[in-house]
Design a protein around this ligand. Structure first.
Ligand code: SAM
Length: 312
């Protein structure tokens, strides 16, 4: 594949590099903000599952940008959490940790000096297996983990935004979220491909059930509330509105655009803003580069066995 062919196929990938975003996902948060005005009045924000950091960049530019313009904002604090290390970003404190651990919640709270967050965002995704049911299930579990940690750190009235897969059991997740938030909307930014079941839940006005004590157990498996969602009927069955957002005349993420967008400006290849610093494929690249993948002694034991016959 030529250096520019991905630029041609994916307009948001290319624009991300041109505008200095670490990943094209930055446009998803920007387009969600266009619709929901997510950043107004936000001084403390948490980015869960943040690496390589384009959502943290958006938070930093939007929240600290206001501060730098001299607008009256209290001191802005942004915390980014990911299992993987992330290159530093101005004004963003990084925690390399797991969002399913209570110790991570405690570290976030310590950074905010005991104050709750105004906004929690989560673009978390596990490694996809290609088995749709499994991927949907794991994504749902990650969303619930994000909800759990959010219940430790978010202020009443605060906002939670998270990636969701619109699979067949998604209504169960919506019902779960509706227990904790006054408003839940499922939103699909223009930059999220139509061919993907990915969408984002924008959960506003955090108001947990009375007497709720945050814990890290899975709320779907926690029978403390004794809610059987399958038995809910009529108005109790919650229907979450679906909303396409971002400027509808914006670029279509499923379309292929010519490299030269306007006639006055010559196309120039832009390298990625922040190449991965420790990618999971690093070892495989090292082995291939040093021609270690094809070595005789690198064969699997069962392959050797076939050639030499069983040893026992
Ligand atoms: N929003 C990011 C951006 O704009 O650059 C992209 C996030 S990427 C799609 C998903 C991230 O989720 C990965 O970096 C992965 O390490 C992280 N992740 C998955 N499970 C996690 C967990 N249990 N705790 C923390 N991070 C997790």
């Amino acid at each position: 594949m030529g250096r520019s062919s991905k630029d041609k196929r994916d307009i948001y990938y290319r624009l991300a590099k041109e505008e200095g975003w670490r990943a094209r996902s930055a446009f998803k948060l920007l387009q969600l903000d266009q619709e929901f005005n997510l950043f107004t009045g936000v001084n403390r924000a948490v980015d869960l599952c943040a690496a390589p950091g384009s959502w943290s960049q958006v938070l930093s530019r939007k929240l600290r940008g206001l501060e730098e313009k001299g607008e009256k904002v209290e001191e802005v604090k942004i915390v980014a959490v990911d299992l993987q290390a992330m290159a530093p970003l101005p004004g963003v404190t990084q925690i390399q940790g797991d969002i399913t651990k209570v110790s991570t919640a405690q570290e976030i709270i310590r950074h905010f000096e005991g104050q709750p967050a105004d906004l929690v965002v989560c673009d978390g995704a596990p490694d996809v297996t290609g088995l749709h049911d499994v991927d949907e299930y794991i994504q749902a579990q990650l969303l619930l983990a994000a909800l759990n940690i959010t219940s430790h750190v978010l202020k009443p009235g605060g906002t939670f935004v998270a990636k969701i897969f619109r699979g067949k059991d998604v209504t169960l997740l919506y019902s779960q979220l509706k227990l904790f938030f006054g408003g839940v909307t499922c939103a699909k930014p223009r930059s999220s491909r139509n061919s993907s079941i990915e969408a984002f839940v924008v959960c506003q006005n955090y108001s947990p059930p009375e007497g709720y004590v945050p814990n890290m157990s899975n709320p779907l498996l926690d029978h403390a509330y004794d809610v059987d969602f399958n038995q809910l009927e009529g108005p109790n069955r919650v229907i979450v509105p679906f909303l396409a957002c971002g400027d509808l005349s914006a670029f279509d993420s499923d379309r292929t655009y010519p490299l030269q967008l306007d006639s006055g400006k010559q196309y120039e290849y832009t390298p990625p803003t922040q190449p991965p610093i420790c990618p999971p494929y690093q070892q495989a690249c090292h082995l291939r580069k040093n021609n270690l993948l094809s070595r005789e002694d690198a064969k699997r034991p069962d392959q050797n066995q076939d050639e030499t016959g069983p040893t026992a």
